[in-house]
Write a protein that binds this ligand. Structure first.
Ligand code: AMP
Length: 508
């Protein structure tokens, strides 16, 4: 059966079937020249049979990249050196990669790129605190692409054997990362694969059989399905990226991520890059477990675009908050609004109240299954839903322009989350309004926010009309299964019992 799975990708003799042996990649030594070992192991190992029992394919002749009409040179990508800035030209990246960068219009490294690339390009592990919008995706992709291009595999390879693995918590994020990877590898022959739930398994599987896997971008649940079915192998992974680690935690993915990491080479034998928007103790604990002598980099969130977002802070009692929100929603200028609360249960209750008041609202929090969140975001984007109720971590997945209002129902625990929340509005040249409620329970969080934002955020009494009594609520709506919180640490998608645990996976 495995012979079928390891379909021939390209020309070459059939494997001769010598005894299998597990290869242990050569340890990296913190320097680029040491290379992450799989290549070395493959070149010297002389194994003819896949360590998992499948057949080895001889390395196909690599596809010639879609050749540009004339040879592209750096003369077509001139960027003047600038004090305090790093150019991509200064990083000794392969020409084909520079061509991709030039097409994307990147000239100077963003702070996360400038700070991380000198380390990651040399093979070091990294733990980075950076939010979406900082250029963190390109930061890790550039390092991966540089590595894969400079250390091509000259021997044989197996179908489904990933060289670089990127895991991210949501389907949208995976697709976004893969799109960026495809754009950056446009002039190389590196192949990017995406494995996400909610999309045709067979198609993803077929592609794995037809093209080598240089860069694999996946959500944890779907990746484990592919590993369990022996469609993907992780034991030759040279570079691993864990993106949005805090969101993985929030969504209960850590047990799955642990199972994934156990299938990759040990941490001294792979390069590991971990990103998180926040450095909680939990995140730092995971970073400690999964990375080897990492460089730690922290990037402050982008400063607030105060010129495009008008910020208000209303003093209120805890009881008044819902009334305030309801009346804000009834104002004419509110086209679309995101309301943030700190806890999932708060979000759930708030969402229910809004629905009972006949307001079209969607809920985005860690307890909502991923396919449901995708639908909710779609509904919000198309205007079917006027309001989104979100926690911080779930709210980070929102990349929608044209949101008119943001309400902080509870002030965030991390001041940086305030910046991130209000940054959901006032985008793409439009103006926006943020309204924060400060009650007796959370007013103490205001000062660190004021320090961060630095523009004298003033706390005022809300206008009286916002305290008008709300109408009576409609009856409670029975919750559909889709709306029910997910149980335990389960992943984003339901998986069949056959694959629900490692022990029950088919063995060969
Ligand atoms: P990210 O934080 O990875 O979501 O990236 C945010 C946006 O910044 C994306 O649209 C990238 O294409 C863009 N970007 C990343 N790096 C650079 C750069 N060095 N110069 C200009 N734009 C960039």
């Amino acid at each position: 059966m495995i012979g079928n799975l390891f379909r021939k990708i390209s020309g070459g003799e059939k494997a001769s079937g010598k005894p299998a042996g597990k290869s242990d990649p050569k340890p990296k030594q913190g320097g680029k020249s040491s290379n992450r070992g799989p290549n070395a192991a493959k070149k010297s190992g002389g194994k003819d049979q896949h360590p998992h029992g499948g057949k080895r394919h001889h390395q196909r002749k690599r596809r010639t990249p879609d050749a540009p009409k004339k040879v592209w040179t750096l003369d077509e990508f001139k960027v003047a050196p600038r004090e305090g800035e790093t150019r991509f030209h200064d990083l000794d990246l392969p020409l084909e990669l520079m061509h991709g960068i030039a097409d994307l219009g990147f000239e100077y490294c963003s702070p996360i790129q400038a700070q991380s690339l000198p380390h990651t390009l040399n093979g070091h592990d990294m733990v980075g605190k950076a939010q979406t919008g900082t250029g963190k995706t390109a930061a890790f992709l550039l390092s991966i692409i540089d590595d894969l291009m400079k250390n091509p595999i000259e021997g044989e390879r197996f179908a489904g054997e990933a060289r670089a693995l990127i895991i991210a918590p949501t389907r949208e994020l995976v697709i976004q990362i893969a799109d960026d990877a495809k754009a950056l590898t446009k002039y190389t022959d590196l192949q990017t694969h995406t494995l996400v739930g909610g999309m045709d398994y067979g198609k993803q599987q077929k592609r794995l059989q037809d093209a080598f896997v240089d860069i694999l971008v996946a959500t944890p649940g779907r990746l484990l399905d592919f590993c369990g079915n022996r469609d993907v192998y992780l034991d030759q992974v040279e570079v691993m990226v864990i993106d949005e680690a805090d969101r993985m935690l929030d969504m209960g993915f850590i047990p799955q991520v642990k199972r994934i990491i156990r299938q990759t080479p040990k941490k001294t034998h792979r390069q590991t890059l971990l990103f998180s928007a926040t450095f909680t103790d939990d995140v730092l604990g995971l970073a400690e477990q999964w990375t080897d002598d990492p460089r730690r980099i922290e990037i402050a969130p982008k400063s607030v675009a105060t010129d495009t977002v008008t910020q208000h802070v209303y003093l209120s009692s805890t009881e008044e908050k819902y009334t305030l929100l309801y009346n804000i929603l009834k104002q004419d200028d509110v086209e679309s609004l995101i309301v943030f609360a700190n806890r999932r249960d708060e979000c759930r209750r708030l969402h229910e109240k809004l629905e009972r008041h006949g307001i079209s609202a969607g809920l985005l929090s860690g307890e909502i299954a991923q396919n449901r969140r995708v639908k909710t975001l779609e509904g919000f984007k198309t205007g079917k839903l006027k309001v989104l109720v979100a926690t911080d971590v779930a709210g980070r997945g929102i990349h929608i322009d044209g949101i008119s209002h943001v309400v902080n129902y509870t002030l965030p625990e991390e001041p940086e989350d305030y910046v991130h929340r209000i940054g959901r509005t006032g985008r793409a040249g439009k103006t926006g309004t943020s309204i924060s409620f400060a009650c007796e329970d959370d007013a103490f969080r205001l000062m660190p926010i004021q320090e961060l934002v630095g523009n004298g955020l003033k706390c005022v009494q809300p206008p009286l009309e916002l305290l008008d009594a709300t109408p009576a609520m409609g009856p409670r709506k029975p919750r559909s299964n889709e709306d029910r919180p997910r149980s335990g640490g389960g992943g984003g998608r339901g998986r069949s019992g056959r694959h629900s645990s490692r022990d029950s996976r088919p063995r060969r």
